[in-house]
Design a protein around this ligand. Structure first.
Ligand code: DAH
Length: 343
């Protein structure tokens, strides 16, 4: 019996050391089987119990049970320890370093031309104007005839056109929106509308593009004069370019306005003294305008003895070029993010 008790104690101390060194859960499990399993070392010794006397058997049994219990506890503690270490390792591996620089997400923005159009829309909305939009494919009547440009009128040559058929073309300006607006509103007045949109001409160089943008304006009411036109455009230019800007009206010719005028804004670079940008004149040409020709009003069904109107046409690219100091209009359509990113 003494021998058996010795052997049991030896197993206990050996197992304790071995378990203490384990660093892996599979290994721990294998060792548990080796010492405490059905065919394990502990059971192996107890097999010899048959030879013991009835008196000694319980003593050996008791010690064996105590050892089993102690070793189970050691194993369970070790198992917890290993589990905790594994979890710690996993957390360490998955840890997010919030101080690391992130991946930058590029943020887009409106195209500079869209920005100018929106800015001009806002200015006119603030003055009580409506905003209209019309088709880019027009008929000859709206684009020319209704604007006092009958077939064979020499002023048609000012606008080299893309024809789709004899009667249908890509609109060469936004002025057909005057004809459309009047047709929709007559005999109602006052009319106060601006119409932004794309227009098309057979032109292509640093300052002309086959497609560009205009904003048409039309006002019809009683007692409308050139002074209203000038006052309106001055306010718009000052809001767009700065409160110190001035405008000047030069006589010009458009078939659908009488009188017609070319409107210049004072140069912002030299303040009107003259520089390279304004070709030493102190002024920058910015838009065409005039009093709506009585014949245009009459063709649309308005009584030109009772009502007057003024109209104007902005070139959006021209305004953007002046506002941002751009000398080649083609950059607006190149889609080069290096350029677009500047805005
Ligand atoms: N439609 C003209 C053009 O594209 C610009 C223009 C001039 C519009 C005078 C107008 C205006 O409304 O009154 O050249």
């Amino acid at each position: 019996m003494e021998q058996m008790l010795e052997a049991l104690k030896k197993i206990e101390s050996e197992a304790k050391t071995v378990f203490g060194r384990v660093s892996d859960r599979d290994e721990l499990n294998n060792l548990r089987i080796r010492y405490l399993g059905k065919k394990g070392e502990l059971t192996g010794i107890l097999k010899g119990m048959g030879k013991l006397s009835g008196e000694d058997r319980p003593k050996v049994g008791q010690l064996a049970n105590e050892i089993r219990q102690t070793l189970e506890e050691v194993i369970s503690r070790k198992s917890e320890e290993l589990e905790e270490a594994a979890l710690k390792q996993q957390i360490e591996a998955e840890k997010i370093d919030v101080t690391l620089a992130g991946t930058k997400i590029e943020c887009g923005h409106f195209h500079p031309l869209t920005r100018i159009i929106d800015e001009i829309k806002d200015i006119f909305l603030g003055m009580g104007y409506e905003i209209g939009e019309g088709p880019e494919i027009e008929n000859d009547y709206n684009n020319f005839e209704g604007l006092n440009l009958p077939k064979d009128h020499p002023a048609r040559d000012m606008q080299d056109s893309f024809y789709i058929s004899e009667d249908i073309l890509l609109r060469t300006h936004t002025s057909p929106m005057q004809v459309r607006t009047m047709a929709a509103k007559v005999p109602e007045y006052p009319v106060k509308v601006i119409c932004p949109g794309r227009v098309f001409r057979r032109d292509d160089d640093a300052t002309h593009s086959p497609m560009f943008h205009q904003i048409e304006g039309l006002v019809i009411d009683e007692n409308i004069s050139m002074a209203d036109l000038k006052g309106t455009l001055l306010k718009v230019m000052q809001q767009l370019f700065g409160p110190d800007r001035e405008i000047r009206l030069r006589p010009s010719y458009f078939p659908f306005t009488e009188p017609s005028t070319e409107v210049d804004v004072s140069c912002g670079i030299c303040g009107g003294k003259g520089c390279r940008t304004c070709s030493d004149s102190g002024w920058l040409e910015i838009l065409g305008a005039g009093m709506v020709h009585p014949h245009v009003l009459e063709m649309a069904g308005y009584d030109s003895t009772k009502l007057q109107g003024f109209a104007f046409g902005f070139g959006v690219e021209r305004i953007a070029m002046l506002k941002y100091g751009i000398d080649d209009l083609r950059v607006f359509y190149d889609n080069d993010v290096r350029f677009l990113g500047e805005f």
